[in-house]
Design a protein around this ligand. Structure first.
Ligand code: PHE
Length: 449
């Protein structure tokens, strides 16, 4: 059998993982959740969740992926003979494809907004009402968002078809830094606006009385979603990672960078929303209504808008690539499909589901499942249900099923990283007890309170 590919360079693999992690979750999802769930209190719980839940689970996924050197399905099957884990493997492959279906919707929106930026739609005589109408008309159209979605997804599929090294590495390396600096510049400009201070307070001064079980589950869901955890992506990428790579250092770097992106995106959007009188709790449209308004006001708004939406588009793309890669690796390695057939099969099925999701902002807006639209239901099931569940199972697997010696070996690259060996007892405690208990407590609190 052909040897599995390894990442060409160290920075390449880190970038690909950061590429998977940093995406619409940071730029689109984080700000609107912050607006919906009470600002700084949400951010506070989110950061705690990243540290005590996400990090141990990221270590677990790294250990599973690298030790098994397999796709997310085979990983579990290879490391234990207990049959039940086969289903966990199956679930882990299913989840990113489920997310991909509705993530493509927002990927399509960002592509469309890139085109809008190129045709100077955010310059001249625009106000927040006209931008809101522009957005509303677009998402409720029966065909426009579907066309954008297909275009966006086609680009993802072609890159995935091209393979791990060529496709993914080059992209991440160039565009991530661009996105970072554009967002930082926007955030600095926005923070200096008159009237921004309310927004800054809202972001950074927590009102602890706002913390409810609903805030906790949304923050936990975001802590998984944003770091691509529970979705087999880190596991799949980790399976391509060389043995010497330091799991602990890489995970912390990825988590820190990802958090920084989210906080900067929040800092660009929230103060602006307050300064311009835009409702921060309006939901998924927040970024698409607030930022174009900023672009219409700042110096050099037109080129900045183009650069911004181009980089959001790429950030979304590096995330969808990682989601699709999980399914493709499974179909190629387990079902012996050609890479091409795997890509086209997934493309066909996931496009149809994605189009149904786009229609939930238009012709299907009346369809409600337990009071939520189709798109929101997908997002809710994925982030607040499937990801924490699968993360929980990964931590149980590493903490309770795998032999301790193997997990230590994985975490410390065969004992060669002395620092990792030293902290392993604490890490193991987090993996075995704290992460699973935290997830279970938050889930139960949500059901009963
Ligand atoms: N982490 C990505 C983001 O923040 C989304 C993602 C979720 C990617 C799950 C892969 C798997 O946009």
């Amino acid at each position: 059998m052909k040897e599995r590919e390894n990442f060409g360079s160290r920075i390449g693999m880190l970038m690909a993982m950061v590429g998977s992690a940093v995406g619409l979750g940071n730029i689109w999802r984080f700000p609107f959740l912050v607006g919906e769930y009470g600002g700084a209190a949400f951010i506070f719980v989110y950061i705690i969740c990243v540290i005590i839940l996400s990090l141990p689970i990221m270590f677990s996924e790294f250990i599973i992926g690298r030790r098994s050197k397999s796709n997310a399905f085979r990983a579990y099957v290879k490391l234990t003979d207990k049959k039940i884990w086969k289903y966990v493997g199956g679930l882990t492959v299913f989840i990113p494809l489920f997310i991909l279906a509705y993530y493509n919707v927002i990927g399509g929106w960002s592509l469309d907004y890139f085109f809008k930026a190129c045709t100077l739609s955010f310059t001249g005589d625009v106000d927040s009402a006209s931008l809101s109408a522009l957005f509303g008309n677009f998402i409720s159209s029966p065909w426009k968002p579907a066309v954008s979605l297909i275009l966006f997804f086609t680009i993802t599929a072609i890159i995935v078809y091209m393979g791990v090294k060529d496709g993914i590495e080059k992209f991440g390396k160039i565009m991530m830094p661009i996105l970072f600096f554009v967002m930082l510049a926007i955030a600095i400009w926005v923070m200096m606006l008159p009237g921004a201070s309310e927004g800054i307070k809202y972001l950074f001064k927590p009102d602890f009385s706002k913390i409810t079980p609903q805030v906790c589950i949304a923050a936990m869901g975001q802590a998984f979603f944003s770091l691509s955890l529970g979705a087999g992506t880190i596991m799949t990428y980790a399976s391509y990672v060389k043995k010497e790579e330091n799991i602990c250092a890489s995970s912390i770097k990825i988590a820190l960078l990802d958090m920084m992106f989210a906080i900067i995106a929040g800092s660009a959007i929230m103060p602006a929303a307050f300064a311009f009188g835009i409702d921060p709790g309006q939901g998924p449209g927040l970024v698409f209504e607030t930022l174009p308004f900023i672009f219409s006001k700042i110096p050099l708004g037109a080129p900045v808008a183009i650069l911004f939406f181009a980089s959001v588009f790429v950030a979304a793309l590096t995330s969808t690539i990682s989601q699709m890669e999980v399914g493709v690796a499974y179909l190629v390695e387990e079902k012996k499909m050609s890479r091409r057939k795997a890509c086209t099969t997934l493309f066909a099925i996931i496009s149809v589901i994605g189009i149904i999701c786009t229609l939930s902002f238009g012709p299907l807006s009346g369809v409600k499942i337990f009071g939520k639209g189709i798109f929101d239901t997908f997002d809710n099931i994925a982030a607040n249900g499937l990801l924490p569940l699968s993360g929980l199972l990964a931590s149980i697997f590493v903490g309770w099923i795998m032999p301790k010696a193997d997990t230590l070996d994985g975490f410390s690259s065969g004992g060669s990283q002395k620092f990792n060996v030293k902290i392993y007892p604490a890490v193991r405690f987090l993996i075995r007890y704290i992460a699973p208990a935290g997830i279970i407590v938050i889930a139960i609190a949500n059901i009963f309170f």
